[in-house]
Design a protein around this ligand. Sequence first.
Ligand SMILES: Cc1cc2nc3c(=O)[nH]c(=O)nc-3n(C[C@H](O)[C@H](O)[C@H](O)COP(=O)(O)OP(=O)(O)OC[C@H]3O[C@@H](n4cnc5c(N)ncnc54)[C@H](O)[C@@H]3O)c2cc1C
Length: 681
Amino acid sequence: RELYTAADPLELLGTGAEGRLLGSPSAWAVEFFASWCGHCVHFAPTWRALAHDLREWRPAVVLAAIDCADEANQQVCNDFGITGFPTLKVRACMCWARAWFHPSATVEDLRHAIITNLEQSQDAWPPSCPPLEPASTEEVRSFFQRNKDQYLALIFEKSDSFVGREVALDMLQYENVAVRRVLSSEEELVEKFGVTTFPSGYLLLRNGSFSRLPVHVEARSFYTYYLRTLSGVTRGSYKLNTTAGAANETNTPQPKRADRSKVYMADLESALHYSLRVEAARAAALSGAQLDAFKCYVATLVKYFPGRSCVQTYLQSLDTWLRNWTEPELPRSILKEAMKNNRDASHPAVLPTNVTWVGCQGSEPHFRGYPCGLWTVFHLLTVQAAQNGPDKELPLEVLNTMRCYVRHFFGCQECAQHFEAMADESMDRVASREEAVLWLWSHHNEVNARLAGGDTEDPNFPKLQWPPPDMCPQCHKEEWGVHAWDEQAVFTFLKAHFSPTNIYLDYTEAEPIPMAGEGTGTRLGTESLREEREKEEKEKEKETEEEMRAPGRPGSPEPRRPSIVRLNPRLREAGEDIVDLDSFSEQHFKSQALRAAASRRRRLSKRDTIALPRDAGEEEEAGEGVRRTPWLRVLGLGFSRLDISLCVALYFLSSMCLLGMYTFFRLRTRARKGRPGFPVA
Ligand SMILES: Cc1cc2nc3c(=O)[nH]c(=O)nc-3n(C[C@H](O)[C@H](O)[C@H](O)COP(=O)(O)OP(=O)(O)OC[C@H]3O[C@@H](n4cnc5c(N)ncnc54)[C@H](O)[C@@H]3O)c2cc1C
């Protein structure tokens, strides 16, 4: 189940949302949310109820929602300057305003906020929106001369009342009736209609007669109901059910098998990717405390994150790059470029970009995921800092990093406020790195207790005081009949649980093999496979060239010559030494071109992306390959040495043949000329 579905009467926006929003003549109220954010989960029923409540206000006002947690929507959310969730934006004219929003806002509050925003942009009034300003005596007097409607409903009200405007919008879909609000200060009309209570509704007919609206309660829904049932009042042609937006297709991922006693590298890397490239890259530019917080986060990761070698190289390179960035402001575009992976380096710097939750996978897309991954990363960091750092120095090193990260980048704004309140209360009393581990553990448990049983709790993963007794029996004890923690046992447990030996690589993207042949030896990802294939080709080609250049070299095995036949995969499989000439030359030059392109790409990316040590020898070799045979590539035709030799041989043979034929015929002609001819009759 998603937070919103196509069945809700709101537009679920996805990629291309900007075109939809900016090109529309309607007023829009959009909720920018993150599906993993607990407060967005809380808020979703209110927004859904509002969508139902304002259903009839289309096409003047359209309610929409967009999931900024979906990386496909990242650009749109960035363009709208979204830094926290949920954020509501209202657009009546061409300018977007951040709508007033309080976590406890009711449907009524939000409805009023939308109307207020609409009224603030009088100059670009949505064409289908009815006039909402109060009617004057003159306007009422001449109404039927200027309009074809059968009825005019007047809602008399005080200036702070919204009823008249709400009824006007509620009746937008209906024909033959118009609604105007009249303020209690419009004395002439108040007197003419004999109005004594506010609000109260009156109905005027074309023939000039009028009567009070016979409703039980002077309220929006009663007025609306009565007006819709008037004879001759009909619903217009606008289709209400065109709500399906351009929502991104979300495929529910297959459940993964996870063991809760393990920590999964896929969760950690997904959290790092999301925190660095999505959460921290939301602001148009980082500066001041925000930039410091980002640098601090990366520096702490470099020190304590027990990542795979390609991830560590990535973090180190990013850290170096950030240290060299001395400008007061770091624009998002530059930061994003610097955060790209560098797979072509001799030491690949790669932080996988796919988000895969394993231990943090929820039973539904809006449960668990990123916040679970973030907690796990910071528990791991506190434990690693306690194991590897000097105990008495900088006890708050990791906790401060987390506090700054959460304050500046964590998209769930209310979560960040709660965490800040906890940190403010007691974090500065932490005196050692061991205490830092326990502080985070106990405060995470505080959050667990607060959220237990709430609507953000995944029913399959109830929020328990952690670690539960079946995970760590020694951590629990009873003191005078009351549960108590054995903190020393908890610390021992946390050290073991968040240790590198308890981190499992299930479902992680394969680590790329370094170009220079160093590395972990794990199986490769698709890109690395390509590199491996290129390497194989290079070796094969080198071998062939050597064979052709030095046949029968002393000490070398008998030279192997490729025979010119069509490729037969079966024979090739059998290990026969058969080379298809076309594919041979094609592969030869393709691999050279690929190498040349790779070295070109490296040179191009060098300026903007993370500077990494690269294999100079390899570049030289690639250059050498290109230099060795430039004339063979004239016109890009791609002939091999073998092709050229064969052409020369054939040319020579055919010339000899022609010469032979010429000599033969010449001799024969000469012989005939010498013979006596027959007499002509
Ligand atoms: C800083 C922060 C503040 C948050 N504040 C709020 C909030 O105010 N309101 C809200 O709705 N959501 C909040 N969240 C999200 C919420 O805490 C959960 O992360 C989210 O609901 C997902 O819960 P989960 O079941 O995956 O487990 P999580 O609580 O995310 O825990 C992740 C994993 O950590 C381990 N773990 C659990 N407890 C502990 C512990 N005490 N010590 C060590 N490891 C533990 C478990 O293996 C668990 O699977 C916050 C998240 C963060 C990171």
